[in-house]
Design a protein around this ligand. Sequence first.
Ligand code: AMP
Length: 449
Amino acid sequence: MQDFSNFKLSKQLVKAIDNLGFEKPTPIQSKSFKVVKSGKDMVGIAQTGTGKTLAYLLPILDQLQYSDQVEPRVLILVPTRELVVQVVDEVKKLTKFKSIHSLGIYGGTNINTQKNALQEGTDVVIATPGRVYDLILSGALNPKYIKKLVIDEVDVMLDLGFRYQLLNIMELLPIKRQNIMFSATMTEDVDAMINDYFIAPKKVSIAVSGVPLDNIKQATYTIPNFYTKVNLLRFLLQNKEEYHKVLVFISTKRQADKIFELLNEDFPDEGGVIHSNKTQNYRLRSIKQFENGDNRFLIATDIMARGLDINNISHVINFDTPRFPENYMHRIGRTGRAEKEGKSILFSTEKELPFKENIEKLMDYKIPELPLPEEVEISKQLTREEQPIEKEHENPTQLDFEKGAAFHEKSDKNKKVNLGGSYRREIAKKYKKPKTRGDKNYNKGRRRK
Ligand code: AMP
């Protein structure tokens, strides 16, 4: 593999990379560098943990020259506040020896502080879509000089329902800009967005999601029910030496809280929980405590944990079996990072076995099954969902009819949304966008004081 010298980076960036201790680019960094530098639109398919953040930051920051212009030139959109904090941190480390100013923007904090910071002038804005849109509308952030737009973890963004916010923001940006998008998975939503807003994008991908990462040791248990899963988790966590940094995944917020509550009885002050209903401060604190080793385990929902960048996770425990096999890949990708060995354990009930089969099919790998340890008590207690329900007599004709109606309604709506090229022209007219690409307006904003 090539080393960083092939990138012909500026001295300041080389020094920053040396400081970080990185010796050679990761595959996604090698593949993306030239494409991002060429100015073409790009779609990168890469999971968190592959070094995708530097894959776009290195070429962008290498090209970004000093300017005393107030208005930002690069906008990086990410789905969560946590990711804003992480990307800002990476930008700051990389620009330690360069006069480049970066600013993180996210909701849930004082908007006036962010307005003031924007007034001072900045080069790179890293933001969640909602807050940045508010700041653009209020006039605090002038998007006119943004020449590079990065949308990171776009699959998660669309999952979180940010589609319209993303489209709204894109409409306010100069048409002549470079679009760079990173996604861990290709979904229909992601594809539609690329088709509508990107110009002949170059696709750059590394390993197909679904290939098991070589340095992750996987295992699975078949377990009768929720409370027996809790018993097994308790049993495993008793081995504190082996299970020293454990990320426990669960799909729903409610169950995340439940498991946290139950584990807290046996392991008080040893774990934390994060999901989107927790306050930002609570989440940041939980992540910090897990990161620095104050807490031994962290219970998290899929969306919340996707952007987490925590090293040396000893185990990922999948408390439930993801319905979408890609989510399993995201989960296990939290361990075995930076070429360290990691372990992943999957809990499945009988009902979840088809999901497990899908995961195995996607990976083309059968996860080795372990017998339930004798010490683990099989619980008789059932959750509400697990209890047998008496089905009411249904009228199938009525139900089929309703399904059909809902389906048609949705397709019509979708047709309206896909406005294609003519819509771009309309927007162009409205906002009087410059007609040429290039640097004509790149540096013509207000000067910083
Ligand atoms: P990401 O996929 O961007 O979340 O990065 C995953 C982790 O890999 C982060 O902790 C990065 O700091 C680290 N990383 C990024 N690039 C490299 C590299 N070239 N060599 C070693 N580690 C890296």
